[in-house]
Write a protein that binds this ligand. Structure first.
Ligand code: ZN
Length: 155
């Protein structure tokens, strides 16, 4: 639909839009009828509108992608906050006391029932603990992909 405008058409459009000349005077200058010049102008506006609609569509697509990225960032930030909220020594000591009282079977169940949001694996390794009366949280790494992960257990 986009037609390439001729030099003559472009000159006429420039005279009208930028220099404020009338279609009649412009028609004289480019050696065409005023109707032809009016038609050029209408075509030009139509083309500009089309470009604008296309740009708007592109913006909508970009905005959608930005929204998706912001969601991803929010998830990663939440994970980061969780991981960086490292145990304070007192709660780590308490968690270790609870941990020591647990059966090996239960410990095994806890470290093999975590969930990695990156790869879906369920084994947590290299973990540290914090906790209290309500439960224990293990902060560590995914046994498969090595990304940070956490899991918790009520005691
Ligand atoms: Zn993983």
């Amino acid at each position: 639909m986009t037609k390439k405008l001729s030099e003559q058409q472009l000159l006429a459009i420039e005279l009208i839009l930028e220099d404020g000349m009338s279609a009649l005077a412009t028609a004289d200058m480019v050696g065409e009828t005023p109707e032809t010049v009016e038609k050029w102008l209408a075509d030009y506006h139509e083309e500009q509108d089309e470009k604008l609609r296309f740009q708007e569509a592109e913006l909508i697509v970009m905005q959608k992608r930005i929204d998706e990225l912001q969601e991803e960032i929010a998830i990663h930030r939440a994970m980061y906050d969780l991981i960086m909220d490292r145990p304070d020594p007192a709660s780590e000591k308490q968690a270790k006391e609870y941990w020591a009282k647990m059966s090996d079977k239960l410990k095994h169940k806890i470290v093999t029932n975590a969930f990695c949001i990156d790869c879906g694996a369920t084994i947590i390794t290299d973990y540290v603990m914090q906790g209290g009366e309500e439960g224990i949280i293990l902060y560590g790494k995914c046994g498969k992909c090595g990304k940070s992960m956490a899991t918790s257990v009520e005691v």
